[in-house]
Write a protein that binds this ligand. Structure first.
Ligand SMILES: Cc1cc2nc3c(=O)[nH]c(=O)nc-3n(C[C@H](O)[C@H](O)[C@H](O)COP(=O)(O)O)c2cc1C
Ligand SMILES: [Fe+2]
Ligand SMILES: [Fe+2]
Length: 398
């Protein structure tokens, strides 16, 4: 990719694509990679906004050098978010440009000291402070817990760019252009934005809502986040997606998520799925927890209004991967979903109690009947499964 990608006059993208990391945060698969977006403003003063993970540093520094040309000097590094996917390269960057002042809020500077031992040549900014670069003027908006306590956004007032940190970001390296209008399969990036949002950011939905209302009156021409496309044609669209997801609004549709070692719970899932499909209620997504990575299941459960969960009993409790999935969902605090329950057991059970407890803790609405079958489902059991499917479908219609 060319090094000279400009967002506006004097403002450039100098990000790095990561196609090596298999799991983001060592948890979430990123089959299409991820971009660490970094930006550079070449004005009377030179500022870099957000750095990158400590990969491809030679290429990153080369981009900076080329853009600087004869100037050889960077005045500021603005840290919107100090998670190491945006700061791992800081020490190397500091070595290359020792005079570069590092700009962050009080919390950023604390973390900078603890993570990197950097305490000198730093500048603390407060909420709504500004920094003149020449023709560009930056204004800082503190947006804590989107996604760490120090996160903030930087707004360039004259060209109306919002450097939003992780907010409005997504998985996926930027392979065919970086702008929303250049990317042809934008829908797949939006799907990966949802998976990024739900798995990485969504626990802080309330803080995302606060951040969005804080910037709501800004005139925004470009949304430049730290991951994923730069939105210059439809900047509001990126904000609207995060707004909807962080309000936890659901689309009409169903997710059936199940586990099955020997096929008994699977038979029940099929009966439920057929009954649902017969009622044509909308999208039906089916996930086997042993085959779909939890991150994809969580993204679907976030998107759709109803979920039907099935697990066999396993060592007096839930099937382990189902247990893992439900813990992740509980940790994220997803609200207001419809849920149905089913499963099979061999002797004293254990899974259904855990499923029921989960529903109680989540305060989701349980749709009857919950079906617990000893061994293989009988015709009568399968009839109940179909009843659960049609009850769910009808509930969604109302
Ligand atoms: C490793 C293992 C552990 C199990 N633990 C329990 C248990 O603690 N309590 C129980 O009632 N059944 C237990 N079962 C029996 C299963 O829940 C039962 O066979 C069920 O029908 C399996 O459903 P499936 O065919 O969908 O995998 C266990 C089965 C296996 C293979
Ligand atoms: Fe982050
Ligand atoms: Fe990030």
């Amino acid at each position: 990719m060319s090094t000279e990608i400009s967002l506006s006059d004097r403002i450039f993208w100098i990000g790095v694509n990561d196609r090596q990391t298999a799991l983001f945060e060592e948890l979430w698969p990123i089959p299409d990679g991820i971009a660490y977006n970094s930006y550079m403003i070449l004005d009377d003063k030179v500022a870099i906004i957000d750095a990158v993970k400590d990969i491809s540093m030679d290429r990153y520094l080369e981009k900076i050098r080329r853009l600087l040309g004869e100037r050889r000097h960077v005045d500021y590094l603005i840290i919107n978010h100090i998670e190491p996917d945006h700061s791992g390269g800081i020490k190397i960057l500091r070595e290359a440009y020792p005079d570069m002042e590092i700009v962050g809020n009080k919390k950023t500077l604390e973390l900078l000291a603890h993570f990197y031992g950097i305490t000198h040549n730093v500048r603390m900014v407060n909420d709504y402070d500004t920094l003149e670069l020449g023709s560009c003027r930056l204004k800082f908006f503190l947006t804590p817990m989107v996604h760490w306590p120090e996160t903030m956004m930087t707004y360039e007032e004259t060209r109306k760019l919002l450097f939003s940190g992780d907010a409005f970001g997504g998985f996926g390296s930027l392979d065919n252009g970086i702008f929303d209008d250049e990317i042809r399969d934008l829908q797949s990036y939006e799907d990966e934005m949802l998976r990024y949002f739900t798995n990485v950011i969504a626990k802080y939905s309330v803080m995302v809502q606060k951040a969005i209302s804080k910037i709501k009156d800004l005139d925004i021409a470009i949304v430049a986040s730290t991951h994923g496309p730069v939105w210059r044609t439809r900047p509001r669209h990126a904000i609207d997606l995060y707004d909807r997801w962080s309000r936890q609004e659901a689309e009409e549709g169903f997710v059936i998520v199940y586990a099955s070692m020997y096929g008994n719970t699977e038979k029940m899932m099929e009966a439920i799925g057929h009954a649902l499909a017969a009622e044509k209620p909308g999208i039906i997504r089916i996930h086997n927890v042993s085959r779909s990575h939890a991150s994809y299941i969580i993204a679907d459960i976030w998107r759709y209004r109803a979920v039907i969960v099935g697990s066999p009993a396993y060592n007096m409790g839930l099937f382990p991967l189902m247990d893992h999935l439900l813990r992740l969902i509980e940790n994220k605090g997803l609200k207001d979903r419809l849920i149905g329950l089913f499963g099979s057991y061999g002797w004293s059970g254990g899974a259904m109690k855990e499923l029921t407890d989960f529903v109680g803790r989540m305060k989701w609405q349980l749709i009857e009947p919950a079906i617990e079958v000893k061994g293989s489902p009988t015709e009568e059991d399968l009839r109940k499964c179909r009843l659960l499917g049609s009850n769910m479908a009808q509930r969604l219609r109302t």
